[in-house]
Write a protein that binds this ligand. Structure first.
Ligand SMILES: Cc1ncc(C[n+]2csc(CCOP(=O)(O)OP(=O)(O)O)c2C)c(N)n1
Ligand code: SF4
Ligand SMILES: [Mg+2]
Length: 300
C-alpha cells in the first residue's frame, strides 16, 4: 500500500469525459479542473455525494446536469455520513464495485462537516473524501472559513481587516485518524494528482484528499492564473505535495530544489492586499517551520 506512485503521462490520461463542458463554474476554476481529472481516473462506476458548495451549482439541476455520473446532493454537515450510508447500502445490495466519492469544500470539511468526517474516518468507511479547498465559503460570496489563511481578507473580514487566526491544519487532524491513505495535490502537478487518484482507487477504506484550489473571484487573481498560483503554493512551501499512509508514513511526492519566497505567492492576490511586509515576514517564518517539520517526517 505504501508503494510508489505510478505517474500518468499526459497521453495516458483517459479520453472519456464525465464532467461536460459548459458547466457553471467560473472561468479558470481549478476545483472543476481537479474534479474533471478525478472522474477520468475513477470512471463510470462512481457516485458523487455533494454537500452545499460551489459544486452543488456546477453539478447543475436536472436536466441541466454537468456530470455524466450519479450525483447525490446532501445537507451541508452530513457529507461523510451520507457517503458512508450510501456505500454500505450499495454493498448490502451486492455492489462492491461502485466508488462513493464525497465532494466538499473547505467550509463543508474544516468547519461544518468536521464531526461527520471524523466519524467516517475513524470507522474507516470505504469511501473517498475529496476536500477542494478554495480557502473560504465561496459559493455564498466569500465568507472566511477556518481554512482561510492568516492575513487574508474576505467579506466577513472586510478590508482593512484580515483574518487574524492561522489556517486550520486539516491534514494533522486526518493524520490523527490513521486512515489508509491521505494525500495533498494541485492541478499544477497533474501527473502527481492523477497518480494519487489512481493509487487511492486501489486502496480499501477511508481515503482523503486535500486539494488546494485557487479561485479567481475569491482570491482576486485572473482566470488564467489558477495553475500559476497552484504552482506557487507548492514552490513556496505553502502547500507541500505529499501522501500519508496510516497517519505514520509521510512521503513528499515533489520537493522543490529550494523554496521560493512567500512574497511571490502573496503579492499578486487581492485577498492579501492589506498585508504589510512585517506581517508577510511572520507568515514566512510559519511556512519555514512547517516545511522543516514535514522534511523531518518525510520517508522518501
Ligand atoms: C446548513 C447550511 N448553512 C448554510 C448554507 C449556505 N451555503 C451553501 S454553500 C455555502 C458555502 C460553502 O463553502 P465551502 O464548503 O467552502 O464550498 P465553496 O462554496 O467554497 O465551494 C454556504 C454557506 C447551507 N446550504 N446549509
Ligand atoms: S467561486 Fe471559485 S470555486 Fe466557486 S466556481 Fe467560481 S472559481 Fe470555482
Ligand atoms: Mg470553500
Amino acid at each position: 500500500m505504501g508503494g510508489e506512485l505510478i505517474m500518468t503521462k499526459i497521453n495516458q490520461v483517459p479520453r472519456e469525459e464525465y464532467l461536460f463542458s459548459g458547466h457553471t463554474a467560473c472561468p479558470g476554476c481549478s476545483a472543476a479542473l481537479s474534479v474533471r481529472h478525478l472522474t477520468k481516473v475513477l470512471g463510470k462506476d462512481t457516485v458523487f455525494v455533494i454537500t452545499a458548495c460551489c459544486f452543488s451549482i456546477i453539478a447543475g439541476p436536472i436536466p441541466l446536469r454537468s456530470f455524466d455520473l450519479n450525483v447525490y446532493h446532501c445537507p451541508f454537515p452530513s457529507a461523510a455520513a451520507t457517503g458512508s450510508g450510501l456505500k454500505r447500502g450499495l454493498q448490502a445490495m451486492g455492489d462492491d464495485k461502485t466508488q462513493v466519492v464525497v465532494l466538499a469544500g473547505d467550509g463543508g470539511t474544516f468547519d461544518i462537516g468536521l464531526q461527520g468526517l471524523s466519524g467516517a474516518a475513524e470507522r474507516n468507511e470505504n469511501i473517498i473524501y475529496i476536500c477542494y479547498d478554495n480557502e473560504a465559503y465561496m459559493n455564498t460570496g466569500m465568507q472566511r472559513s477556518s481554512a482561510s489563511p492568516y492575513g487574508s481578507g474576505s467579506n466577513t473580514t472586510p478590508s482593512p481587516k484580515v483574518k487574524e487566526n492561522p489556517k486550520k491544519d486539516i491534514m494533522k487532524i486526518i493524520e490523527a485518524h490513521r486512515i489508509p491513505y491521505a494525500a495533498t495535490a494541485t492541478v499544477a502537478h497533474p501527473a502527481d494528482l492523477l497518480a494519487k487518484f489512481n493509487k487511492a482507487k486501489t486502496i480499501k477504506g477511508f481515503r482523503f484528499f486535500h486539494l488546494l484550489c485557487p479561485c479567481p473571484p475569491g482570491w482576486g487573481i485572473e482566470s488564467d492564473e489558477t495553475i500559476v498560483f497552484s504552482r506557487l503554493a507548492v514552490e513556496t512551501g505553502v502547500f507541500p505535495l505529499y501522501e500519508m499512509i496510516k497517519g505514520e508514513q509521510i512521503n513528499l511526492t515533489y520537493e522543490p530544489e529550494s523554496l521560493r519566497p512567500l512574497k511571490d505567492y502573496i503579492d499578486r492576490q487581492r485577498r492579501f492586499a492589506a498585508l504589510s511586509d512585517e506581517e508577510i515576514a511572520v507568515m514566512q517564518k510559519e511556512v519555514d517551520k512547517n516545511w522543516q517539520a514535514l522534511l523531518e517526517k518525510n520517508k522518501t
